[in-house]
Design a binder for this molecule. Structure first.
Ligand SMILES: Nc1nc2c(ncn2[C@@H]2O[C@H](COP(=O)(O)OP(=O)(O)OP(=O)(O)O)[C@@H](O)[C@H]2O)c(=O)[nH]1
Ligand SMILES: [Mg+2]
Length: 223
């Protein structure tokens, strides 16, 4: 597996790679951020999180500069109001844009209406190709996955057997990565980071546009 996000790419992009986590409450956004950072910087389960609160932390992974942006969970974004505030805040804070949106889903939690609403909102507001161009699908609770698949069914095999909206999402995002945020095994940590950077790199190299910039006069189109 070749990593497309090379040190050479890194030198050409002075801001590094900006990754924004999105997903419903409790999906594991903050914890995934901490796993990537290798330290506990984001608050997992911070009850004071509001839709204007975003956390930004930077790190280097094998020479690649990463800027991680942790957002709040989406409890009820169908009204569009929360989404409007969140996206406006992102636009005001990240002037250079977002390279890749990481859509986080908790393994085994079912693919709820809330999950689907976030994706619909993103596509409706940012275009039908948005997921294809800017979104990576990341599944947390890799430890639960391993427990349930003791026969060692690979995650990609599992994904290819899925049906319905989740399968469509994985196809649109061109693959998915499994993350175990509880593991202490350095090999597992290395493997999941490699898979994530592979998907990110593929995304960046396949699309024509650079980072995604939030329009300055962003007005939400509700679903
Ligand atoms: N066992 C296990 N627990 C995890 C994993 N990832 C996250 N968790 C736990 O799941 C809970 C929710 O994780 P968070 O990272 O707070 O979820 P979040 O998406 O940031 O939630 P909000 O900020 O409320 O939207 C926490 O208790 C985490 O420690 C994982 O891979 N395995
Ligand atoms: Mg969080």
């Amino acid at each position: 597996m070749t990593c497309f996000v090379s040190e050479q790419w890194n030198k050409m992009h002075h801001n590094g790679l900006t990754l924004l986590f999105v997903g419903i409450t409790g999906a594991g956004k903050s914890e995934t951020g901490n796993t990537i950072l290798g330290r506990r910087a984001f608050n997992a389960h911070d009850e004071n999180t509001t839709f204007e609160d975003i956390g930004i932390e930077c790190c280097k992974y094998k020479g690649i500069s990463l800027k991680l942006v942790d957002g709040p969970g989406f409890p009820d974004c169908a009204t569009g109001d929360l989404f409007q505030r969140f996206i406006s805040k992102i636009g005001a804070t990240l002037g250079h844009g977002v390279d890749v949106f990481i859509f986080v889903w908790k393994y085994g939690s079912g693919f709820s209406m809330e999950n689907r609403e976030i994706l619909t909102l993103l596509k409706k507001n940012f275009g039908s190709d948005f997921l294809r161009n800017f979104c990576v699908f990341l599944t947390t609770y890799g430890d639960y996955y391993e427990l349930e698949h003791k026969e060692k069914k690979s995650f990609s095999e599992y994904c290819s057997n899925l049906v319905g909206p989740q399968k469509e999402l994985i196809e649109e995002c061109r693959g998915a990565v499994l993350f175990d945020n509880r593991t202490g095994d350095v090999n597992v940590k290395e493997r999941q980071m490699k898979s994530l950077l592979y998907l990110i790199g593929k995304k960046i190299s396949h699309r024509r546009s650079p980072a995604f910039k939030i329009p300055s006069e962003f007005k939400i189109v509700s679903i």
